[in-house]
Structure formats: C-alpha cells, structure tokens
Design a protein around this ligand. Structure first.
Ligand code: TEU
Length: 606
C-alpha cells in the first residue's frame, strides 16, 4: 500500500483522511465580527467573513462556544447545549453557517465542553435541588470535613484552575460539589453512565444531526477523576489549596470514556475530533489518545511549547518564567517526531484563545520591521511543520498583545482576574507587580481583543460609537486585514503564500519526517523535513527534502551551508521561499540571514 493509505479510526482504509491536510481556523465568536452593533461578535458577522477565510486557504472553521451561557467563562460555562447565546444569534444562524461552509467545500466544527456545565444548566439545578434527586449523581457531591477546631473544610485540598478550591459549598443540601474551574462550572460525573448517554445525545448528536463535521473537545483528558478523592501532596506550603492535576488528568477510566465517545458517537457520524490535552507532557501518555488503532481521538493539542514562559499553572502561572530558544526547539522536536512510524497523528498550533499572541511571545513586536519579519517567520515555521495546522483568528495578520500601557481594567478573563485578585489579597506588592508583568505577556485576554478588520472606528469590528465588549487595540489603523489584503508582501499575503506552498509540498510539510539541526544554537531554528513519499525506485536517498532555516534574533546571523544540510551537491539546492521581499534576496546576500528572516530550501538534485 502506498504511503497515502492509512487505517482510519472509523474502520475504513482509503486515501489520507481529509482532516490531515486541512487548515483549521479557530473563531472566537465574541471578538470576530459584530453584525448588529451590540458590541459582541456574532454568527451573522462570521458568515459575512467566510469568503475572507476561504480566500486565505482555510478549510475548516472551529467555532468556540456559542451556546446559551451566563458567559462567566466566555461560553465555556454552558447552560443549554441546544440553544445559541442570544448575542451570537440563533439555531437558524448556525444552520446557515453550516450551509455557507459546506457550499464552499469548507467544514465546521464546534467546541464540545462536557467536563462541566454552567451552574445554571437545568441538569445542575435538578442535581442540587436535593440529595435524592435522580440527577444528584450527575455531578460530584461530597460531605464536608472538619478540622480540629470544628471548622468546615472541603473534601480535599485541591486547588482549581482559576485560583481557590475545586469545591464549592451548597447550603441547601449541606454538601460540596466539585468544580475544577469556576464555582459556576460544576463538573459532570462521567462515572454515571446515564449522564454520559445524555451528554452524547444532548450535546453531540443534536449538532451532528444538524450537519456539523466534528468537535474540538475541551479538557478531553479530565473526565475520569480519582474516585477515592485523596488529598494532594503539600507542594505549596504557603497555599491553602494544593496543585492536584494528577487527581483528574488521564485518570483510570479516561481511555474507556473517550473510546466510548468515539465508537458510540463520533465514528458513526464520521466526525473529526481534536482533543484539548493539557497537563500531559510525555509522548507515552499522549500517544494512546491519538493512535488510529485505539479509536479514541483523531488528534490532540499538546501544550508544553505554548506554555513556555508560564509559571506553575496552579501557583504562579502568571509569574513570567523566561525560556531559551533551545527549550522551544526541543519541545517542537519532541512533538514533531513522536508519531513518526506510528498510526498516530498530531496538530500544529502556536496561538489560541487561552494564550498571548505568538508574535508578542515567540516573535518580536518591538519595532514595525521586527514585528513584520517575525510574524512572517512564525508563518513559515508553522506552515512547514508536520501535522494538522490550526490558525487562531488574527494570527494571520500578526495581531499583537494589548499595549503594555493598558491597565488591569482592560483584562476581562476570569482566569486573569482570579490570579490577579489572589495576589492583591495576599498583600505581596512585589508579587502583584510580577503578576501584572506576566499578564502583559501571557494573559488569555490578549487573544480576545476584537479582530482588526480595517482603519474605520472600532476597526470595522463593530459600528462607530458602539462600545465593544473588549477594547480595540490602539494600533488598529496601521494593523488590519483590509490594509494587508491590498499588499501581497503583508503578513496576511505571506500566510496565504505559505498555506499554498504547504499544500503543494504536502508530502514534505504535512506528512514529512522532522529532524532538528543545531539543537543548542540559541539564535537559529533549523530543521530538515523529508518527504513521506519515496521518489523512483532508488534507496533512502530518493526523497524530496526541505531545509527550514530561521533567524530567531533581532541581529543578522550567518546562514549555514545549505548543501550540507540537505545532502545535495553544491548548487543543487533551490530557494523555495523567504520571508524577505523577493527583490531583497540575491545570491550575494544569501550567506547572511537578516533579523528574523526565514527561508526554505529544497534539494532539487533528484
Ligand atoms: O481550557 C482548559 C485548560 O486546559 C486550562 O488549563 C486552560 O489552559 C486554561 O488557561 C486554564 O488554565 C479549556 C478552555 O480552553 C478554557 O478557555 C476554559 O476556561 C476551560 O477549559 C474551562 O472550560
């Protein structure tokens, strides 16, 4: 069988599944495009911009939660899986979005948030109404403990993701309920088979029957908790609650649950699945989720690279922890190679709604020249990596973190404010300053600023005179999609070019093997990609190869010997693309890489 044939989780053998070559694009509904002037993005606004995405080269839209919700965690607290949050639109709008995507050969996936519901969900209202309610066991309830002085205590000492305990006291039934995230996000009890069946029906089949093509699955490895609920070791002696992700990540029944979801729901609909797999830094832990034979998930997001710079997630996530280029390269190498020679698959991403902007975190946005060069090099980096490529809204135009001059009042995120308020209450001024510094680089808020469409007031996100739910970046007049659409040499133009090259050379960029060069070099990021397809009948040597060489510094660097790296005779290599404007690259200057310049060479001596 040729290398294009893969055993697919749904039991069929055929050409490579469509979702390996597809380019996915995450839309954060609140911040993409407001069509009715209420300051919130909405689905009709997204529909009005589908051709912009199609023209860029986007194949699949991933729409972050647009379901009915009190919006305490921006829709990741769902109170009705089968209704649309009014500010975003209606069920009919989603139906139209499905139609608009499918009519262009594009697909739509939704965000599946089923580790927890909102505390306003009818299921939870029933569950909390009494200890004997039939849905009591659909959530995780525990009696209190008492300390030696008789003070009531939560069942365990676990600390949640948004600061504070993972347990909330319910006065009416005199018990605690578990919430890994906010108190407004009670965890569903996946040990209860009736509850799981309701999730599959109410939150999944309802949408699959309306024609969506799959799901991004929120907190996909957290459904199986340690059911003995032990205390976590004391690793933060000064804290009341302790980090305890091992109590709920990759738990005893997680693979059983995900396999059940695949075989009972996703498979029968041939629905694509991409799981959000955090707190799982070892390939040996990740691979079981993405092996096709395991029939669990098609692929996952793994977070060790994107978490670079963050402190301990449960104690000082926003105390900035500087990192080296070599550590970034090592993470990329680990996750580019762990599926090689296996039936697994992976994802490529460097931005999402939970992280700061890539050009501000991994590039250099300190001057317009360095901003443009590093945004393009990030595009070249992402477009040449193996796996399914995910872009996040605004990444394609180089959107940046909010200005450092903005105050804490511009930060709206429940996690940002959870950590900030916790340090303010501690009275530790130095830690408050350090947390503000970290938030300016890492906060989830930076990716949630309104999309910068043009240089009209509110950057074309919403009407003039309307207050958008989050402030528009000060720089929108010079950084916006409209400006860049007119300029093929813009960041946007370069993303379009790279997405085309990725598809043209998919055997190298999407499906090829990865070999990191000079891992310890703290200035250059270089790797060789080798085609998954053997050309001709020759030996190993007959495979197309690409050398990706990127200067990750703001100073000129010497370009390595390309022929050696590609193993081809002198002069045999071909420059495929550079982040510099075409006229700026010539044989004379190809020995020196400009600040933040990236290049791709091919071995064309086959
Ligand atoms: O995030 C879950 C998750 O993995 C967290 O660790 C995440 O990185 C977040 O920053 C908290 O640290 C998902 C969603 O992506 C996030 O937006 C939601 O807030 C969260 O689940 C709860 O649904």
């Amino acid at each position: 069988m040729g290398s294009n044939f893969h055993h697919h989780p749904n039991g069929w053998v055929g050409k490579t599944p469509w979702w390996k070559d597809a380019v996915f694009y995450q839309v954060y509904p609140a911040s993409f495009k407001d069509s009715n002037g209420d300051g919130w993005g909405d689905i009709p606004g997204l529909i009005s911009k589908i051709d912009y995405l199609h023209q860029l080269g986007v194949d699949v839209v991933w729409l972050s939660p647009m379901f009915e919700s009190p919006q305490k965690d921006m829709g990741y607290d769902i109170s009705d899986y089968q209704a649309v949050y009014a500010r975003y639109g209606s069920l009919e709008d989603v139906d139209q979005l499905v139609e608009v995507c499918h009519s262009r050969g594009m697909k739509l996936i939704l965000d599946l948030v089923v580790n927890h519901t909102s505390d306003q969900h009818p299921w939870f209202k029933e569950s909390r109404s009494s200890k004997t309610n039939p849905k009591r066991d659909w959530y995780l309830w525990k009696p209190p403990r008492y300390d030696s002085a008789g003070n009531r205590m939560p069942p365990t000492n676990w600390r949640g993701y948004f600061a504070g305990s993972t347990w909330t006291w319910d006065e009416q039934t005199q018990e605690y309920y578990l919430n890994l995230y906010g108190p407004f996000q009670p965890d569903l009890n996946w040990e209860n088979a009736e509850c799981r069946a309701a999730i599959y029906d109410n939150a999944m089949r309802f949408w699959l029957d309306r024609g969506i093509d799959g799901f991004r699955i929120d907190t996909v490895n957290k459904y199986s908790k340690r059911t003995d609920f032990p205390d976590a070791p004391i690793t933060c002696p000064d804290a009341l609650h302790q980090p305890a992700p091992e109590m709920w990540c990759n738990g005893p029944r997680i693979h059983e649950f995900i396999h059940e979801m695949q075989t009972q729901v996703l498979g029968p609909y041939n629905a694509v699945s991409v799981g959000e797999l955090s707190n799982t830094p070892l390939p040996s832990q990740v691979f079981p989720y993405v092996s096709a034979a395991a029939r669990e998930l098609d692929m996952v997001f793994e977070f060790t690279m994107i978490r670079l710079g963050q402190g301990n997630m449960f104690h000082g996530k926003y105390i900035y922890d500087p990192f080296s280029l070599s550590s970034l390269k090592q993470h990329v190498a680990t996750w580019q190679t762990f599926i090689e020679g296996t039936d697994g698959w992976h994802t490529v991403f460097c931005e999402n709604h939970d992280n700061g902007r890539a050009v501000s975190r991994f590039g250099d946005d300190s001057t317009p020249e360095l901003w443009e060069a590093s945004a393009k090099t990030i595009a070249l980096w992402q477009a040449t990596l193996t796996g399914t490529l995910f872009l996040y809204q605004g990444q394609e135009i180089g959107m940046r973190n909010m200005p450092a001059s903005w105050g804490i009042e511009e930060y709206k995120d429940v996690e940002s404010l959870g950590f900030y308020n916790e340090v303010v209450e501690s009275g530790d001024r130095k830690r408050v300053e350090a947390t503000l510094h970290g938030l300016r680089i890492l906060a989830r808020d930076h990716s949630r600023l309104p999309f910068q469409w043009d240089d009209s007031p509110n950057s074309g996100f919403t009407e003039e005179g309307v207050d958008p739910w989050m402030r528009v970046h000060d720089q929108y007049r010079e950084l916006n999609a409209s400006e860049q659409l007119k300029n093929p040499d813009s960041v946007l133009g370069f993303y379009g070019k790279m997405l085309k090259l990725r598809k043209e050379y998919r055997d190298i960029f999407v499906h090829g093997t990865f070999k990191l060069l000079a891992p310890e070099d703290e200035s250059l990021f270089m790797y060789v990609k080798e085609s998954s397809v053997q050309v001709g009948l020759g030996s190993e040597g007959d495979r197309r190869k690409a050398l990706v060489v990127m200067n990750f510094t703001n100073r000129a660097q010497k370009c390595p010997n390309v022929g050696n790296a590609l193993g081809c005779r002198k002069g045999g290599e071909k420059l495929l693309v550079s982040t510099l404007r075409c006229e700026q690259v010539s044989p004379e200057n190809d020995a020196e890489l400009r600040p933040w310049e990236g290049r791709v060479y091919l071995n064309f001596d086959l």
